[in-house]
Structures are given as C-alpha cells and as structure tokens.
Design a protein around this ligand. Structure first.
Ligand SMILES: *[C@@H]1O[C@H](CO)[C@@H](O)[C@H](O)[C@H]1NC(C)=O
Ligand SMILES: *[C@@H]1O[C@H](CO)[C@@H](O)[C@H](O)[C@H]1NC(C)=O
Ligand SMILES: [Cu+2]
Length: 333
C-alpha cells in the first residue's frame, strides 16, 4: 500500500512516462539525435497487436525524409530510448526490404536479432535506466547486403493483467547493410500477425500476483540465425535465467540497488522506477508532467486503500489524459 504523500509530480511522471526510440550509435558513432529513425507522431504506445502500427509505429515521418544509415554485418548497434519506468523487455528485429525509405514494414519477413528480458530481478528497462537508457547488441554476422528496417520494441507490462493492456513502444530505423551473407535469416515472423493479444507473454493475469519475471520470454520467437551462421551474440547479458552475470553498468548506483520491480511486488517499490531517472539526465523529461486534468476518468480519486495494480491503473488514467492533451502539440520528445 502507498501513502498519497508519495504522489509527487515527479513520481507520477517517472512512473507513467511514455517513450520513444530517439537515437542510435553504429560502432559507437551516432549520426545524431533522431537521425535515421522514423519518429512517430507521439510517444504513446501501440496496444492493439493486430494493428499495422505494430510494425513501425504510427506512420508520421515519411521514411523518404529519413536518412538510411550505412552499417556492416556484425556492427554493434546501441539504441537510446526516452527514460521510462515501464517494466518489460526490449527486443530488436530486422526485415530485409527493397527500400528502407519506402517500405512500411507491415507483414512477413521480420526476424529477431536481440532480446533482453529480466536479469536478476531487473527488467530490461531498469537495466537500460542504469545505462543512460541505452542498450547495445550486434547485427548478425551472416547478414546479406541490402536495405533493412531495424525495429526496436520495448514492451511495457504494467497493464498486462488486462487483455490488450500491454503497451508496445516501437521505433524503426533505416539501415543499408554491407554483408557477405548469402542466405536469409530465420525464423521469420509477420508483424502484425505473430503476436496475439492473449499470448502468455502479452496478457499476464497474475503479473502483480506471483508472476516470476525470470520465466518471462519476450514475444517474437527465437533469435534468428542467418545463412547457417551462429546467432548474433548481444553484448548485453541475455536474461534466460538468473545465472547470467548481471547489470552491465558500473555507474549503476543507488538506483540499481533499489532491487525492486513494480511488477514483482506490491511494496514501496514503485519508487525504484521513479528513482531510476538519473538526476539531470537529458532523457528524463520525455513526457510533460501530467497537468491537473479535467479529462474524464482522470479526476477519479485514488482510493485510500489500494494495491500496486490499482495505483498504476490510476496513474495511467492521469497520464492518459495528459498524454491526450500532449498529443495535440508537437511530440513531447
Ligand atoms: C546520456 O545520453 C545523452 C544523450 O545521448 C548524452 O548527451 C549524455 O552524455 C549521456 N550521458 C552519459 C553519462 O553517458
Ligand atoms: C540458463 O540459461 C542458459 C542459456 O539459456 C542455459 O544454457 C542454462 O542451462 C540455464 N541454466 C538453468 C539453471 O536453467
Ligand atoms: Cu507510458
């Protein structure tokens, strides 16, 4: 249970912050903020897994105006997302396309190249929070030359106890890859199509009630192999179980030691996520603090007695109404 005293504005905005992919580095060099990435019109999630927006988010930026970035098979890719306390995994997918600038990404041909779930009780978003909201992986060495869409997905599970309550944050980058691979990579999936609203890793009725996050495996199937080559080895620990050495950040301080996960328990925890916004981090302000709102539902009083689940649902109501307002303005971040 929580005291209403916890409900500072900062706390609410950190817990409820929506997020976008906003920058990437190829072998530690970045083309710049938002460069090479199709930015969606807002930082809101996709929740309908059957929507075409599951491929590359809500179309807004025309890919033709987005730079297609040169890369080589085997290169390291580091992505940076807006700060978020939403618990869940991060995954990356590629799709070979004729033109990265014009393909909308919808349909078959996607294959997973990277996955980080939970390691030692910490979700990917927490691990990223300790690393300036970045995550690094490598392009498969067996990739064939050609253009690709690179899809970054952060799945937020704080609403996953409700059917269609899981939130998919998706960003697509445009790559032109030079590689010596000759075959294709697989297994391949269709997006939308491969995810079902009631998949056990998307709809998790007991997410606040005994769910063991160490058992979680992100949607999208297995990490692909390319042309018979070994799968790409992500440079961040894979989370299949707790035997993997954990958090990759030496700079993870008190934040990480708050060894708690909103989803995993009902206690004071939530503040762990709130605290994980590095002080002064330039990525911490991804969403306007929810303004006092007149939106329907948003004025609902917080019950005096409440669980983490009801608390977060209440927060989402607040944030939803603020986000609806924010959506009318330029993208928040
Ligand atoms: C975190 O990322 C931001 C934006 O890319 C960058 O300006 C800043 O230097 C990074 N901070 C650290 C500690 O790496
Ligand atoms: C942990 O995961 C690794 C890699 O997936 C696997 O090889 C190993 O057997 C697992 N260990 C346990 C105890 O499940
Ligand atoms: Cu959000």
């Amino acid at each position: 249970m929580f005291s209403k005293a916890l409900l500072s504005t900062a706390f609410i905005s950190a817990v409820s912050a929506h997020q976008n992919l906003h920058q990437l580095w190829i072998n530690n060099e970045t083309p710049g903020y938002q460069t090479g990435i199709r930015m969606p019109p807002s930082n809101s999630p996709v929740e309908d897994v059957t929507s075409d927006n599951m491929a590359c988010n809500v179309p807004s930026t025309n890919g033709v105006t987005v730079e297609t970035l040169d890369a080589n098979a085997g290169d390291s890719i580091k992505v940076q997302w807006d700060q978020s306390g939403h618990p869940g995994p991060i995954t990356h997918f590629l799709k070979a396309v004729d033109s990265a600038a014009t393909d909308n990404g919808v349909g078959a041909g996607w294959f997973k190249i990277d996955e980080l779930n939970a390691v030692d009780g910490k979700w990917a978003n927490e691990i990223m929070g300790a690393n300036n909201m970045t995550h690094e992986f490598t392009l498969p060495t067996g990739l064939a030359s050609g253009e690709y869409l690179l899809r970054s997905e952060m799945l937020a599970l704080h609403g996953a106890q409700t059917l269609n309550g899981a939130q998919f944050y998706i960003g697509c980058a445009q790559l032109k890859v030079t590689g010596s691979g000759t075959g294709t990579c697989g297994p391949q999936i269709s997006i939308p199509g491969a995810y079902k609203a009631d998949d056990e890793n998307i709809y998790i009725p007991n997410v606040y009630n005994g769910f063991d996050i160490s058992t979680f495996k992100a949607p999208g199937g297995e990490v692909a192999t390319c042309g018979g080559a070994a799968p790409a080895v992500p440079s961040t620990p894979q989370p299949a179980n707790a035997t993997v050495p954990a958090v990759p950040s030496p700079s993870a301080s008190a934040v990480v030691e708050a060894n708690t996960t909103p989803v995993a328990s009902e206690a004071p925890v939530v503040s762990a996520s709130a605290a994980s916004a590095p002080a002064g981090s330039p990525v911490a302000s991804s969403v306007p603090a929810p303004a006092p709102s007149s939106g329907a539902g948003a004025d609902e009083a917080l019950p005096t007695t409440f669980t983490l689940a009801t608390f977060i649902a209440w927060l989402e109501g607040k944030a939803g109404s603020a986000a609806a307002k924010a959506r009318r303005h330029a993208r928040a971040f």
